[in-house]
Design a protein around this ligand. Sequence first.
Ligand SMILES: NC(=O)c1ccc[n+]([C@@H]2O[C@H](COP(=O)([O-])OP(=O)(O)OC[C@H]3O[C@@H](n4cnc5c(N)ncnc54)[C@H](OP(=O)(O)O)[C@@H]3O)[C@@H](O)[C@H]2O)c1
Length: 314
Amino acid sequence: MKAIRFDRFGGPEELKPVDLPDPEPGPDEVLIEVHAVSVVPGDWKLRKGLLTAMFPVRPPKVPGRDGAGIVRAMGADVTGFAVGDRVCFTCQHVDQGSYAQLAARPAADVVPAPDGLGFIECAAIMHAGVCAWIAAVETAGVKAGDRVLVQGAAGAIGGMAVQLCKHLGAEVSGTCSERNRDHVAALGCDRIIPYDKVAFETAVSDQDVAIDLVGGDVHTRSYGVLRPGGMLVWLIADKFEDRSAGLDIEVRQAAIVDNPGILKAVVDLASAGRLRPLVSRVLPLDRAAEAHRILEAGENSRGRLVLETQRFAA
Ligand SMILES: NC(=O)c1ccc[n+]([C@@H]2O[C@H](COP(=O)([O-])OP(=O)(O)OC[C@H]3O[C@@H](n4cnc5c(N)ncnc54)[C@H](OP(=O)(O)O)[C@@H]3O)[C@@H](O)[C@H]2O)c1
């Protein structure tokens, strides 16, 4: 099979097309013909060697956190799947990843793909939707009537968080660049705050929850727009200094751990039309290096960049 691999940490040019033996599914594994995978910020950070303290990864490494495709074979102990099923799956950063034409994954990491969504849409929804769910539902416990600020609403996770919080009945404000105002409004966001025009502190206050997908200075400034007893939920983004000591603000990390139950909940919401997949761009598998360059330069916006894994020009 064709795959993309880096053999040492470094720049996007380290991502090289390789021919690898087709994987054999173990007794509890499903062999999937992969059609689409999402490219997430963690992929380039890992390739650059920035995440080794958190994920003990050593090259050679095939990147990729998720994928969507068709079941081609199964191990003897697998139940609940059949050859030909359309499925979505996740991979851990520490596993061999999904930038490949075939993947053998434990059945526990595989869920049925919803009817009505293509593989590209499935890939766009998975990691971003799971991260948004863990931030909004598991960590913040957002409920109807809450006032929620999403910092980074035009990003892949931010777009899912806006839709999810609206679905939960919250009043949602979101920060994005002015050029993305219409995009974020179309997700149902009640108040759009263009961070390149105004300081968000002048536009919003007394929030129950802020979901911080940006970090750095944005993280620190977010304390000021929360009500007493409010909650600031963060994902690992730009480094920030924790200045919450002595403030009546609860600061919690959204710990992103793959969970098939959450993946299924996200996929079901998409299937019901409650979460719209957001695809920023689609590239063939052998342009993975270009995809990483785009993300690393901060040029990706309005959803997930997706690689089509069966398209391989080289
Ligand atoms: N384990 C973890 O903790 C974990 C897991 C997943 C992701 N993450 C992190 O979460 C972050 C978001 O991920 P993602 O996949 O959604 O990234 P993404 O799709 O690349 O989105 C980044 C977005 O950030 C927005 N942005 C940049 N500066 C901003 C500012 N000052 N105020 C408001 N928005 C701003 C940009 O909006 P415009 O386009 O409008 O400029 C862009 O759309 C990344 O840093 C990623 O590494 C952490």
